[in-house]
Ligand binder design. Structure first.
Ligand SMILES: [Zn+2]
Ligand SMILES: [Zn+2]
Length: 339
């Protein structure tokens, strides 16, 4: 099968992934094999190929927003049938037994395995995954549109939950790309007013089209104080800007797995019970909840398709911020028919 392999992390512009022919993997007990139709490309993949996030396995196939159909069952798998369509997110396995797993916080599991970091992911024609970490996808979603829900959608959803937006409240989103444009639709569905901060005029316009009450640059002041803010930009300095426009008692929630250093914080910025939290991974319940909401809205992700052979180009486009939606690898080339 064809797979995009990372042997040694390097900058995206140096094309860190190599398209190779490798054996189709066999599922072990408890695993299923998926014939992949689409895989989303996420900023985390960029951090991984560039070495900001370490991987214990090299070479590795990145990719953790996998959509495909089950084509082989490992021993002992009874919950799935051949031909069923599934999605596979970043959380690929947990121990089920540590302090966090026992407290309903499996996203913080001490020995979690992450798809495309510890085990081979979806920038390939096939992948094997733990059968209990695969998810059924809502009927209405095309494969290519379902892919970005699995990380961009789910992480934004968890970060939004942690931001504790009051009923009918005002929420800010800082940075507007693959994740934020889905989170905006979830926040509006839940009754919030959404304020978007982005350096890109094109992204601000995109946000207004999706129903943002206001959109402006990251340095600009919104017309009102905000109850909650979710930061998607990997830039630590935006935390200071966020706290300056947050009302007393409000929450700033950082959605990213990586952020540049946060500058020195003067105590008045966080005084009056303002809270600053981070988001780490997501639970299987988060995935189920987001997929359910996605089907009810229904969420319309903006996607940009790339063939598997152009995974390096997709990563470079994420790096330069020049995508207006979510990058998706069209593994079976289906999108070519309609695009
Ligand atoms: Zn655990
Ligand atoms: Zn991701």
């Amino acid at each position: 099968m064809k797979a995009q392999r990372l042997k040694k992390p390097k900058p995206a512009e140096d094309r860190p992934l190599d398209l190779e022919e490798i054996p189709v993997p066999e599922p072990s007990a408890g695993q299923v094999r998926i014939r992949i139709r689409a895989c989303g490309v996420c900023r985390t993949d960029l951090h991984l190929v560039e070495g900001e996030i370490a991987t214990p396995k090299l070479p590795i196939t990145p990719g953790h927003q996998i959509v495909g159909v089950i084509d082989k069952l490992g021993d002992g798998v009874t919950a799935w049938k051949l031909g069923e369509r599934v999605g596979v997110p970043w959380l690929g396995g947990t121990c089920g037994d540590c302090f966090y797993c026992r407290r309903n916080q499996e996203n913080l599991c001490e020995s979690a395995t992450f798809t495309g970091q510890h085990v081979d992911g979806g920038f390939a024609e096939y992948a094997v995954v733990r059968s209990d970490f695969a998810h059924r996808l809502p009927e209405g979603f095309d494969d290519l549109y379902a892919a970005p829900l699995l990380c961009a959608g789910v992480i934004g959803y968890r970060a939004l939950k942690l931001a504790n937006v009051p009923q009918g409240g005002k929420v800010g989103l800082i940075g507007f790309g693959a994740s934020a444009h889905i989170t905006l639709q979830v926040a509006r569905f839940q009754g919030a007013e959404v304020f978007v901060f982005s350096r890109s005029a094109e992204h601000q316009e995109h946000a207004r089209r999706l129903g943002a009450a206001w959109a402006g640059s990251v340095e600009s002041k919104p017309p009102t104080e905000l109850d909650s803010i979710v930061i998607f930009a990997p830039a630590g300095w935006t935390v200071i800007n966020a706290l300056k426009v947050l009302r007393k008692g409000g929450t700033v929630s950082c959605a990213g797995i990586y952020m540049s250093p946060i500058p020195q914080l003067d105590y008045p910025l966080i005084y009056h019970e303002r809270k600053l939290v981070s988001t780490a991974n997501s639970t299987r319940a988060d995935v189920r909840e987001l997929l359910d909401i996605a089907a009810r809205i229904p969420i319309q992700p903006d996607i940009e398709l790339f063939p598997l052979a152009e995974a390096n180009d997709a990563l470079q486009r994420i790096k330069t911020g020049s995508l207006t939606g979510a990058a998706v690898l069209d593994i079976q080339g289906r999108g070519q028919e309609s695009c």
